[in-house]
Design a protein. Structure first.
Lengths: 110, 115
């Protein structure tokens, strides 16, 4: 399975933008890039996903590099509620067997 | 729309016992996946069921099993419990139709403690 690498932790100030990077240099042409986050004491929550083009939704934006070997999750204005572990995952062959890495623990400072 | 419901939320068992966990997916979702989360190993995929058939299986011993019923509800069973099976067990449902790349909806999990 293609793997992803993310920084262990990041910090942001409240109401500032946050850019969470993810490297996936072994991604294959049909792998989708998914982002999930897990708030304390909760199950993971879907954030966004994409294939080649940048994607926007009400929660975040996903910027995908032209060669698809990296992507960036963008939270436009971080709130305290955005403090969570963020996981970047590659979905292979439309499978539901996601491989979660350690993720990035995002701290948001008031 | 009700979310994914897992029962029980918390349970304590002793080594050697068995346990059954239940998951009710979101109405209309036919795919149910199970994950184990531990501090040491993180989130690990156990198995996925779609229309009562196991579609994928993770790298877990045969003591871990599951099934899905015709109403899409799913159960997972762990037999001969070991201390290392203490974990949060998460269930996720999705539409999973053909080449659907849609999101997984996770429940809050069942926290199992093995003494």
């Amino acid at each position: 399975d293609a793997k992803t690498t993310q920084p262990n932790s990041m910090e942001s100030n409240e109401e500032e933008p946050v850019h969470l990077p993810c490297n996936h240099s072994t991604i294959s042409g049909t792998d989708y890039i998914h982002w999930y986050r897990q708030l304390p004491s909760q199950g993971p929550e879907y954030v966004i996903h994409g294939l080649t083009s940048n994607v926007n939704n009400r929660m975040a934006s996903l910027a995908i590099a032209e060669d698809r070997k990296s992507s960036t999750l963008i939270l436009h204005r971080a709130t305290l509620r955005d403090a969570a572990v963020y996981y970047c995952i590659l979905q292979h062959n439309y499978g539901q067997n996601f491989v979660f890495g350690p993720g990035t623990r995002l701290s948001v400072l008031p | 729309k009700a979310g994914v419901t897992q029962t029980p939320r918390y349970l304590i068992k002793t080594r050697g016992q068995q346990v059954t966990l239940s998951c009710s997916p979101i109405s209309g979702h036919r795919s149910v996946s199970w994950y184990q989360q531990t501090p040491g190993q993180g989130l690990q995929f156990l198995f996925e069921y779609f229309s009562e058939t196991q579609r994928n299986k993770g790298n877990f011993p045969g003591r871990f099993s599951g099934r899905q019923f015709s109403n899409s509800r799913s159960e997972m069973n762990v037999s001969t419990l070991e201390l290392g099976d203490s974990a949060l067990y998460l269930c996720a449902s999705s539409l999973r139709q053909g080449t659907n790349t849609g999101e997984l909806f996770f429940g809050e999990g069942s926290r199992l403690t093995v003494l």
